[in-house]
Design a protein. Sequence first.
Length: 396
Amino acid sequence: MTRGETYRLWHSAAQSLLGSVAIALLTFICFRLQVRPGIAALLYLIVVVLMSATDAFAPSVVVSIISVLCLDYFFIPPTFAIRVDNPLDIVALVAFLGAAWLVTRLMYLRRRAEEALEEANSELETKVEQRTAQLARANDELRGQMRERQRAEEALQKSQAELAHITRVMTLGELMASLAHEVNQPLAAVVTNAQACLRWLALERPDEARVAVERIVRDSNRASEVIQRIRALAKKSDPQMIALDINDVIREAVSLEQREMLNQRVSLRTELAPALPPVLGDRVQLQQVVINLVMNALEAMAPVTDRPHDMLIRSQRDDTNEVLVAVRDSGTGIEAENAERLFNAFFTTKSSGMGMGLSISRSIIAAHGGRLWVSPNTDHGATFQFTLPSSSQGVS
């Protein structure tokens, strides 16, 4: 027998003894006062109820039995004998015992229900605390994800400006135009970071200044790489080519334009053919071409107000087994006489344009062994298309 069971046994015995003493005193008083059996039974029942209220089920049963014996012995004829001659007295004793047992049982069940409710309450509080802690952790994780998303959006905006921004041309010729077009963005970043570095140094904050210098080095290296690749294009030399999935290139380029599409409420639909043959190409330059075509489509749809802004990007294999990519818009369209002139350096139909984006894009596609052209749609807008040979065909 455990220590707890021993304690409960002695506790029940003490309650039984206390109840028996109470019944004995009540019997003595009632007998001396010649109380009627009904009154004595009611007083006994009160003692049983009080015992039940103390969560003493077994002692209450014991006291109920003792009460029945006392009623029979001291108050129901024949007195001083454990015998009942009148059937009605038997019924009364049974009713008393039943009532005492019912009260005891109800009080016991009520006490058990209260304990169960307290236990459930405690368990609920524990679960609420656990759930609150889980929600707090989830909230912290959500804040972290939101911060990561914000940083990712900032990185996307920066990549968009780095890959899609068209700068001013400082000198004539395809080479110098390409240099101005591609190098201005990293050089601007170098200047900005250099100015920031000077401010940090003036404020004696070397850590921030070091970060700015690291950005200057990174942007300078990026400008150097662009110059080398554009020079190679101008010299008709092969770019740095690897086998690429053109659908991956399209998805990466489109992801950089998502914010601009949202701002202009453009509905983008992609029809990218699966299992296309890989193409040999430079990932950055092909991304530049796709981004430039998407930006042209966005600018063509910007002034349109009487119809939805729909854009379709499609990839497929053409009749010659080359990979064909098309960018279709619902913009203002192009005039037939300007279709070929759009690809000439410095020719533009936009008031703020330089006329270098499509020229450079055609040079890039040509260096990859493909071709780039535009055709007006039958309803609205225009479709820009380019083809690239598969890696098995090679670059001619």
